[in-house]
Design a protein around this ligand. Structure first.
Ligand code: DQA
Length: 142
């Protein structure tokens, strides 16, 4: 089944948004890197972004129902959203939480994640490579 990569609020601005923190790569650049690796492995990729919490809830439910692994960068919803936690738990979705930045080296309000307790694992701080590392974990059937 396909790997689902779900991106939350403000990640559509990647490349322009606080490049000192998030780097110069755009979300399309990240998608292209993941696409290349998925193609090489014969795996299909579903890649989405929304600024709306409810879209992410629905997409997590869909991935869970399909038994598809999820790479989730929930953006700031990471630090606020019980609904995303409930979606992961409720849909029994297998989710790897990713962040471009090292959230633990930043403001204290970024140190807590509602996603982490429901996640299979967490990767943060490696820029676009965070997504690729998560994909490797999925490809190794972790
Ligand atoms: C982020 C970290 C979050 O704290 C922030 O709100 C984001 C991006 C990251 O990828 O580093 O929007 O998830």
């Amino acid at each position: 089944s396909a790997v689902h990569v779900l991106n939350g609020p403000n990640l559509n601005l990647l490349g322009k948004r606080e490049p000192g923190i998030y780097g110069s790569a755009t979300l399309d650049d990240i998608r292209a890197q993941l696409d290349q690796r998925c193609s090489a492995k014969g795996v299909s990729l579903v890649f989405k972004q929304s600024n709306f919490e409810g879209d992410l809830v629905t997409w997590i439910q869909e991935a869970g129902a399909a038994g598809a692994p999820v790479i989730l960068n929930a953006g700031a919803l990471t630090h606020t959203s019980i609904a995303l936690y409930d979606a992961i738990k409720g849909a029994q979705a297998s989710v790897i939480e990713v962040h471009l930045s090292n959230v633990h080296a930043r403001e204290s309000f970024r140190h807590h994640s509602y996603i982490s307790p429901a996640a299979r694992g967490v990767i943060a701080g490696f820029g676009p490579l965070s997504y690729l590392l998560a994909l490797e974990a999925i490809l190794q059937n972790i």
